[in-house]
Design a protein around this ligand. Sequence first.
Ligand SMILES: [Zn+2]
Length: 294
Amino acid sequence: MDYHTSGLQLPCPEHVRNVEDNRLWKRVLVERHGAGCGDWSTGWTRDSHGCGLWKGIMLGWNDFSAQVKFKVGRGNRVRLWHDRWCGDVPLKESFPALYACASNKSATISEVLVRENGRVDWQVTFLRNFNDWELDNVASFLGLLQNHCPSRVVEDGLWWSLKNSGIFDVRSRYSSFRESPSLIFPWKCIWRTKAPRRACFFVWTAAWQKILTCENLRKRGYSITSWCCMCCCNGETVEHLLLHCHVAGALWNWIFQAFGISWVMSGTVADLLHSWWNGLGRHSSDIWNFVQLA
Ligand SMILES: [Zn+2]
């Protein structure tokens, strides 16, 4: 169930779009929550009861839609002033003075675009006439509209701005989540090993400091005592539990002895993964790379 991707109606053949529009899950959600503006998402639910999963997904909608631009066809689902369809910001932000005196602030493009005999005319109306000193602004507004006249009468669509192709993919979205694009995450050390997927997933979660240790549960509001479940000492953090606890340390020492090496334990799981990878040389580290996930 991925409304964000399949419901997105990114540039795709007409028949694919129609199939997506008629998906049962989508119809159920729209029935339950109502359709949002332009029918690109569901409405917002403020009930205290109801589907927590969908509410959680919708919390990310604003952040997600900030990466989306609109491709205008008919223009009946794209709002003139509020949606990003020409330029990098909505027109209400690039022309705030004009927006302030627009007669219909929530107009869709089809409401202000008149197509007649192959000609296209913009008929944006304002509450008052403009002063001389405002005319330059009006001229550049009209010039911008003229340069972005929708040429084809097709369905409106969305354009994923993080990919040159405009087509959504999870990788680009995931990268945009990361706090710093320059952050190097040790993904190879996790996903390029021969460990079972569930072990990889656990280590991936640990590297992001998200496994459910007592400390993390306390951060989420649970009132529990943060005792290590293995040594009963205070402070069950991710690093303590997996790296520095003396019970875990005994296991690590056994591994290092088995390989006949000495090792200074890293401060964090991510650091350990970085320093571990190919530690026995590029061509003889298959088992070594696998060990830390085991
Ligand atoms: Zn411990």
